[in-house]
Design a protein around this ligand. Structure first.
Ligand code: IPE
Ligand code: IPE
Ligand code: MG
Length: 244
């Protein structure tokens, strides 16, 4: 791994918890529990490697459609994990944020998420974004509505057009650079409504490894694969080489 070319921002679609459990004849929730251990391990490894932003897809706007016992378990897991991890996050100088439509969660969970964000907001080693009740389309809709609603309905200064800068400044991820590397575990070749705006130029890495088995070594392999890519941003290979 080249320490001079570490992705500044890594985003991960953490998938395969259910399949991991099924292979072991365990209930799906056992996969989620083990998956939370991967979150710990990958966060630590990412910080050690020098990654500055880690963005994890934990619950999509579509995941409410799952069996209600599974949804309830995930809510409980979020709640407990925050309580259990906060001290260690402070020790390791991790800034934690929860991004998504938080208002659809219980008052207690919202309070817990907001308190954790508030407590860790000045930590500067790595930023951990947990995307919950998150949808890329919902985020863009929320951004456009936020732009309109900055001025009262009676104002004649309400914007009648938007541009890329305005949208970017109103995304949940405002102020965070776009992901350099997007990882999806458990083989699926799709984005499932994750960071639709921000992944415009992310390098995509899909691995068959299930999320509960994805730890430091697997993160290192993903970064090594990323380091072999040539990022062109629309330019020609020659232009990129001449600039380097
Ligand atoms: C990802 O694992 C976790 C969440 C979406 C909350 P899954 O639960 O989707 O696992 P599979 O896809 O069923 O294996
Ligand atoms: C994407 O995984 C959502 C999260 C990882 C939280 P899913 O398992 O929900 O995605 P699909 O349904 O297979 O596309
Ligand atoms: Mg899945």
């Amino acid at each position: 791994m080249d320490p001079a070319n570490i992705p500044r921002h890594i985003a991960i679609i953490m998938d395969g918890n259910g399949r991991w459990a099924k292979e072991r004849s365990l209930p799906r929730i056992a996969g989620h529990k083990e998956g939370s251990e991967s979150v710990r391990a990958v966060l630590k490894a990412a910080a050690d490697f020098g990654v500055k932003y880690l963005t994890l897809y934990a619950f999509s706007t579509e995941n409410w459609k799952r069996p209600k016992e599974e949804v309830a378990f995930l809510m409980e897991l979020f709640m407990q994990t925050i309580e259990n991890e906060i001290a260690e996050l402070m020790e390791n100088r991790v800034r934690l944020q929860f991004l998504g439509r938080l208002y659809q969660f219980s008052k207690e969970l919202q309070a817990s998420m907001r308190a954790a964000a508030e407590r860790t907001k000045n930590n500067d080693r790595i930023t951990l974004n947990i995307m919950v009740n998150y949808g890329g389309r919902a985020e863009i809709v929320d951004a456009v509505n936020a732009i309109i609603n900055e001025r009262p309905a009676t104002s004649d200064q309400r914007p009648t057009t938007v541009n890329e800068t305005a949208i970017e400044q109103h995304l949940y991820t405002c102020g965070i650079p776009d992901p350099d590397l997007l990882i999806r575990t458990a083989s699926e070749m799709r984005v499932s409504n994750f960071l639709l705006w921000q992944i415009a130029y992310a390098e995509i890495y899909v691995t068959p490894i299930y999320w509960p088995d994805f730890r430091k070594e697997q993160l290192k392999e993903a970064i090594e694969a990323y380091q072999k890519r040539t990022r062109k941003f629309g330019k020609t290979e020659e232009q990129i080489k001449n600039a380097a």
